[in-house]
Design a protein around this ligand. Structure first.
Ligand code: GMT
Length: 382
């Protein structure tokens, strides 16, 4: 916001539960509020990163009544109704919707219902395109949400291209990368944690953080780890929870590496756990960006990922980490051992990881990009 630009009133809708899109939406709202804008979160529950009091941020809860006449509670209609109410009551200038469905579609309906005009920015995060975009029962609604928004962004070039390939929408999709706040994620001494977790001084730490959905292919991470462990003392730290947790425990059961897998479940303070790691692993079969890679790199941790989706836009192969084809666990293990046994190269990779965050994914730069889009679509500013 420059001196002659007015502060904006921005409504944000996202999935409030744990997940990269919710994190990005909430951190964006917090930082926009710090820059002087007025932020209104319109969500089904309090976004998990919005605990505490923030000046210039209001949370509007969407309530859905489930009358017996309905087979399914009409959440999308209730959301649109709430957004329309907030547009009028709070005199919103802009709506920023994270996910095309239902959020962009609800925003379009809300704008139609409201008494005042409002600009709509929609950000695509991945699943809405890579999974739902191929579902014929939803495809038309996703395309509609994209075409009727004023501006549409995707979190990587890969996702923008995939959206064009799958839906061929009659509009441009701009890439605005995800970002990370380096005051939250930074390299730090966490030797106390090594003691608590029983990690020996000569043991390397491989880390994975996710929601343990099938697309994350956590079984490949465990296999990679089993190969690495044959060659050097190491531990695998797994953070998060989800449907694949049980199969992973089964996979490790009775093996000689079972004791070296530390399954920590969901954790509040993940920044400290990243700082514990020597390498971060993300071996997904679908990944539009991989926010966890940024979290790791901001803590000075090089990353190993698959060459899929947006991952190669974050991991520069041979510079801040390595990418391998899906399922190439032996290749990944080879690269890991080579990097962890070459101190000079490892330090270079660490520095490059920090530079990647500072140069390409720093929050000030990305938040200014979103701000410019808001001014572009706000009715009084157009
Ligand atoms: O990865 C998930 O399962 C969660 C999902 C979400 O909706 O939060 O993440 C998506 O959005 C993140 C934020 O933009 C991206 O970093 C993730 O790569 C993307 N997940 C997938 O594409 C599978």
């Amino acid at each position: 916001m420059t001196d002659n630009q007015k502060k904006l009133k921005i409504g944000i809708t996202c999935y409030p539960t744990v997940g990269g899109s919710g994190i990005i939406a909430t951190e964006l709202g917090k930082q926009l509020a710090q820059k002087g804008h007025e932020i209104h979160f319109i969500t089904s529950s309090m976004p998990f990163r919005l605990k505490g009091f923030y000046q210039s941020i209001t949370y509007h809860e969407v309530e859905v009544n489930n009358y017996s006449v309905f087979q399914y509670a009409p959440y999308d209609i209730a959301l649109a109704n709430k957004i329309a109410e907030v547009i009028d009551e709070e005199q919103l200038d802009v709506l920023h919707m994270h996910y095309a469905i239902p959020h962009a579609v609800c925003a379009i309906l809300a704008r139609d219902m409201a008494k005042r005009d409002v600009g709509i920015v929609t950000t695509l995060h991945g699943t809405d395109i890579t999974v739902l975009g191929v579902d014929s029962s939803l495809k038309g609604a996703i395309r509609y949400g994209i075409e009727k928004s004023d501006v549409v962004t995707a979190v990587s070039n890969s996702l923008a291209n995939q959206t064009n390939d799958l839906l061929a929408p009659d509009r441009e999709i701009q890439t605005v990368y995800n970002f990370i706040d380096t005051t939250d994620y930074f390299p730090q001494d966490v030797s106390h944690l090594r003691k608590i977790l029983g990690i020996g001084p000569d043991e390397k730490v491989l880390l994975h953080v996710s929601n343990f959905r099938k697309v994350k292919r956590v079984q490949d991470i465990v296999k990679t780890f089993s190969y690495v462990r044959k060659q050097m003392p190491c531990k695998l730290v797994l953070v998060g929870d989800g449907p694949e947790r049980h199969p992973i425990l089964e996979q490790a059961k009775g093996t000689d590496y079972e004791q070296d897998i530390l399954f920590l479940g969901k954790q509040e303070n993940v920044a400290e756990l990243y700082a514990l790691a020597d390498l971060f692993l993300l071996m997904s079969e679908k990944e539009s960006f991989g926010l966890v890679l940024l979290e790791a790199m901001a803590c000075g941790v090089p990353c190993i990922g698959t060459d899929i989706g947006g991952i190669p836009e974050v991991i520069s192969h041979g510079s801040n980490g390595y990418v391998v084809p899906k399922g190439a666990v032996e290749r990944a293990a080879l690269l890991i051992v080579e990097l962890l046994t070459n101190e000079k190269k490892y330090k270079e990779f660490q520095q490059n990881a920090l530079k990647t965050v500072a140069n390409t994914f720093n929050n000030d730069q990305i938040i200014s990009q979103y701000e410019a889009l808001y001014y572009q679509v706000a009715p009084d500013e157009r």
